[in-house]
Design a protein around this ligand. Structure first.
Ligand code: DDQ
Ligand code: CA
Length: 281
């Protein structure tokens, strides 16, 4: 599968992958006949804050900068948590029934202007909508992503188009109508080097792009939602050294756009990182 090969290639060739964009272009432009490597963008960590290292993070999003929501997975341990962004303490929490493996989530406003939190589960094709202020479960819904998906991975919200953007482990991003949850369209994701990319996990809509972290890699790629083409790619492997993460499943898997930073964390990470991107937006 082309997508997996690219992830392996970047991981094995991390020195080259870490070169900033101007180094790639600096030596007189790309050598003819060679595939140009991904342009890897720069970021700065401005603060680290604590995080519950038992939480198998699957979704992270801010809600009007007032609250932060985190959904977590593993059967019997899946939760929806409300976190206070002034001190990053868990303020409220509710459990999923043990048959569900919690996945991505995002805050949004519904047609009446009410704040809502929509969530996915991994293999149950079932999601839930919560009142984020009370964590009351208001609604259960079922979904099918088109083949070969049928899984729930990441979800984020595009307010200008009033649509959710959903991933399922395939190369596709799916666009769901906010009110009906019907799939309006889908787009296949392509990397800067032209290869297809699957395993799109946690998502965050930022400045007109859909940023996706790639499962089992420390990469975040930001994709034009109209074309599926990646236009920004980031190697976040310097955040939390893989050697310190213990289990190899403890990968980066949380992206939340705040007012003045992007918050990043991962599955069973003991901290979260406030990050800024110097050349973006
Ligand atoms: N997904 O997040 C990629 C959609 C699913 C991940 C499922 C990983 C299960 C691994 C459990 C390992 C526990 C040590
Ligand atoms: Ca997110």
């Amino acid at each position: 599968d082309a997508g997996e090969n690219v992830v392996d290639e970047v991981a094995e060739d991390s020195e080259e992958a870490k070169q900033p964009a101007n180094d790639v272009a600096g030596g007189g432009g790309p050598v003819e006949g060679q595939i140009q490597k991904s342009i890897v963008g720069e970021f700065t960590v401005i603060e680290q804050v604590g995080h519950d290292s038992s939480s198998f993070v699957q979704g992270l999003s801010y809600c009007d900068d007032e609250w932060l929501y985190e959904t977590s997975g593993l059967n019997g341990q899946s939760k929806v948590r409300r976190i206070d962004p002034t001190n990053f303490d868990v303020d409220a929490s509710t459990d999923l029934e043990s048959q569900y493996f919690g996945e991505g989530s995002t805050c949004y406003r519904d047609a009446e202007g009410n704040l809502r939190l929509i969530t996915l589960t991994w293999l149950s094709r079932t999601g839930f909508i919560y009142d984020p202020l009370t964590l009351e479960r208001l609604r259960e819904y079922t979904y099918e992503t088109t083949p070969p998906g049928h899984e729930g991975w990441g979800i984020t919200y595009d307010e200008s188009n009033q649509e959710f953007i959903v991933s399922d482990g395939s190369t596709y991003l799916y666009f769901w109508d906010r009110d009906t949850l019907a799939e309006k369209r889908k787009v296949s994701v392509t990397r800067l080097d032209g290869s297809m990319q699957n395993q799109l996990n946690e998502l965050e809509y930022m400045d007109g792009l859909v940023c996706c972290n790639i499962w089992h890699s420390d990469e975040i790629i930001c994709v034009d939602p109209m074309t599926g083409s990646s236009v920004r790619e980031y190697d976040m492997s310097s955040l939390w050294p893989k050697a310190e993460r213990g289990n190899s499943e403890n990968v980066l898997n949380g992206i939340a756009l705040g007012r003045d930073h992007v918050l990043l964390t991962g599955k069973r990470w003991d901290r979260m990182y406030k990050v800024v991107f110097p050349d973006w937006p």
